[in-house]
Design a protein around this ligand. Structure first.
Ligand SMILES: Cc1ncc(COP(=O)(O)O)c(C=O)c1O
Length: 351
């Protein structure tokens, strides 16, 4: 690979210096467009809320919002950034396990879709409803068994334990908030112990994406729960948010079917909820490149080579445990050999 969006990597390094992060606007636009159209072709009402936590560089957000209009914020900082990017409150999904009172007040005033994580947050939202003098619509985050064998899913209200139904029942009884949506995010990737010896990346198996079957189970469970809540409390879900965790767009179709199949089957044509998706990695993971320059090559011992580059692990900390694809921007000849790549810890604050 020697060009990004038709611009020579050599020229970029000359102009802006090395090391340098460079993103492909074309790839971002293509990913957003393909992701949105894949889901829209299968389901009539879809909104794509890009997950700010995954990469919130404003220049990239500007490109993303050309295609994916909504934003998913997990903090007050991300919410304010989305507003500064021109996203109206009514197109922001506010998630996260801790939302401060003043952040909730602002989000309610601006019509954001707030997904509550726990009963204490419902206390705060009821207080805001009292201040406002009327009921407010919110969503709740729900968790359920989907066969993903990692840590217990700690976010939101658990369906199997009855906690999610208790939240809906409380809202129906108190009439200060109305549960208008359900949110589920099946975590982004799963890690499991693997192999032995060598560097940390050799000890970790990173599973991404998860099997589409987990999405099918989650969508079916959310559906079943929605129908049960309508029958028990007369609560009608206006939106179902299936979160993120999706693969790059080339492999998206089984996930589209897994998510939309159960929802289409469970709702009639006239009461289909809005389907919200919150991709992060699917939009940006294959679009951003670290350009770095080889400054030295040495033999550590027979057959073991090291390559010194001008960037350190502190600007790409995940490479400690996640293998990164490394490509030469310039063909220099010679055979391929495994090598250890390392460099100086860079000063992140200057420049
Ligand atoms: C609630 C929520 N939505 C969406 C995402 C984006 O996930 P991904 O980058 O795997 O699509 C995350 C990431 O952690 C998240 O926590």
């Amino acid at each position: 690979m020697n060009k990004i969006d038709g611009v020579s990597i050599e020229d970029l390094a000359q102009e802006f210096g090395s090391p340098l992060f460079a993103a492909s606007a074309r790839a971002i636009i293509n990913n957003c467009h393909s992701f949105r159209t894949a889901f829209s072709a299968a389901y009539p009402r879809v909104e794509v809320a890009y997950s700010y936590k995954v990469n919130s560089v404003p220049a990239l957000l500007g490109i993303i919002h050309g295609e994916c209009a909504w934003a998913e914020a997990a903090s007050g900082f991300e919410y304010d950034l989305a507003r500064r990017m021109g996203v109206p409150g009514s197109s922001i999904v506010l998630n996260g396990p801790y939302k401060k009172m003043e952040e909730l007040r602002k989000a309610v005033k601006e019509g954001a879709l707030i997904n509550a994580d726990h009963m204490e947050e419902i206390d705060l939202l009821e207080e805001i409803a009292r201040e406002e003098g009327g009921p407010i619509d919110i969503g709740i985050r729900v968790s359920m068994e989907t066969g993903i064998d990692q840590m217990p899913d700690r976010f939101g209200f658990n369906i199997e334990s009855g906690e999610a139904a208790r939240a809906v029942e409380r809202a129906a009884k108190n009439k200060l908030i109305r549960i208008a949506g359900l949110h589920v995010h099946l975590t982004s990737y799963i890690v499991e112990p693997h192999g032995e010896g060598g560097m940390p990346a050799k000890h970790v198996r990173l599973i991404w994406p998860k099997d589409p079957g987990a999405y099918r189970k989650a969508a079916a469970e959310v559906m079943r729960f929605s129908i049960a809540m309508r029958e028990r409390f007369g609560v009608v879900m206006k939106y179902i948010d299936m979160g993120g965790g999706f693969p790059t767009v080339g492999s998206i179709s089984p996930y589209v079917e897994a998510v939309t199949g159960p929802i289409l089957a469970g709702f009639g044509k006239d009461d289909q909820p809005l389907l919200i998706l919150e991709p992060g990695r699917a939009i940006v993971s294959d679009t951003v490149h670290l350009i770095t320059t080889v400054v030295a090559v040495k033999e550590l011992r027979a057959g073991v080579r090291a390559v010194v580059v001008d960037s350190g692990i502190n600007i790409l900390p995940t490479s400690f445990w996640k293998f990164q694809d490394i490509e030469c921007a310039e063909e220099r000849g010679g055979g391929l050999r495994e090598a250890t790549v390392y460099g100086p810890l860079d000063d992140l604050l200057s420049g």
